[in-house]
Design a protein around this ligand. Structure first.
Ligand SMILES: [Zn+2]
Length: 249
């Protein structure tokens, strides 16, 4: 620390307004620099002398009473103070409600985006890890009961061989922070993962489509259930598949 800096901070140091690091720097400078140290000593003694000799002011008798009555006259009535507080409280409630609504509205697209990404990575993982199914079966009367005891809901399992979508089996997966049913379908050489889990309180929605990393992702809710279909199948045929599932769900 230079002498100039020390001089600038001298009053702040004397008033105890500096942060810890600055305080330590000042103390080190005073040890190394007798000139600044004696400046500080002079300032300190002057302040001490002033605080000791400042006269106390004795208020004239009756001043307190006169001040109080003036304050009472100037202050608005109690009732209007209450109304002011009520107005402030109401404004706060409205503000909080507004922020909450904005937060809810902006949260929704984000969570949908995150879920779409999760669904695609689950799909890719199922293809790579040679772990496409836990229960390989084209019989929905085998696949559906397999989930009971493993999930707290029972997914509707459809099979559409005459439309060219054949059931390949089922698998337990993990999406949206919970275990979900993954139903696996085959269309020619293409695999479709259909993820199903409960959506309590959610109304039926239109099917929304997104593309991610070369995969088509279809999402809808029906009868309080979430449906996410992921495949590298072309969009038209995957939409056809989604329509079939919607009819059975
Ligand atoms: Zn100095």
């Amino acid at each position: 620390m230079s002498c100039r800096e020390a001089q600038e901070l001298l009053h702040g140091y004397a008033d105890g307004e500096l942060d810890l690091v600055r305080n330590l720097e000042m103390e080190r400078h005073f040890r190394e620099c007798p000139a600044c140290a004696s400046d500080y000593e002079r300032l300190r003694r002057m302040r001490e002398a002033m605080s000791g000799s400042v006269p106390y002011f004795q208020p004239p008798a009756g001043l307190e009473r006169r001040l109080r009555s003036r304050l009472r006259a100037a202050a608005p009535a109690k009732r209007s103070i209450h109304w002011q507080w009520a107005a402030i409280a109401a404004a706060l409630v409205l503000t909080v409600a507004g922020v909450w609504r904005v937060a809810l509205m902006s949260r929704h697209p984000d969570s949908v985006e995150i879920l779409a990404a999760e669904a695609v990575s689950s799909h890719v993982r199922s293809l790579m890890a040679a772990h496409l199914t836990d229960v390989p079966s084209s019989d929905r009367h085998t696949v559906k009961p397999w989930f009971s005891g493993k999930l707290d809901f029972s997914p509707t399992v459809g099979d559409f061989p005459s439309q060219g979508f054949t059931l390949a089996g089922g698998r337990l997966d993990y999406l949206d922070g919970r275990p979900v049913a993954a139903l696996v379908y085959q269309r020619r050489q293409h695999v479709i993962n259909l993820f199903v889990w409960p959506a309590p309180g959610r109304l039926n929605s239109e099917t929304s489509t997104t593309d991610r990393q070369g995969y088509h992702v279809l999402h809808w809710t029906k009868a309080h259930m979430n449906y996410w279909a992921v495949s590298d199948l072309n969009g038209r045929e995957l939409t056809e598949f989604a329509e079939l599932v919607r009819k059975t769900g």
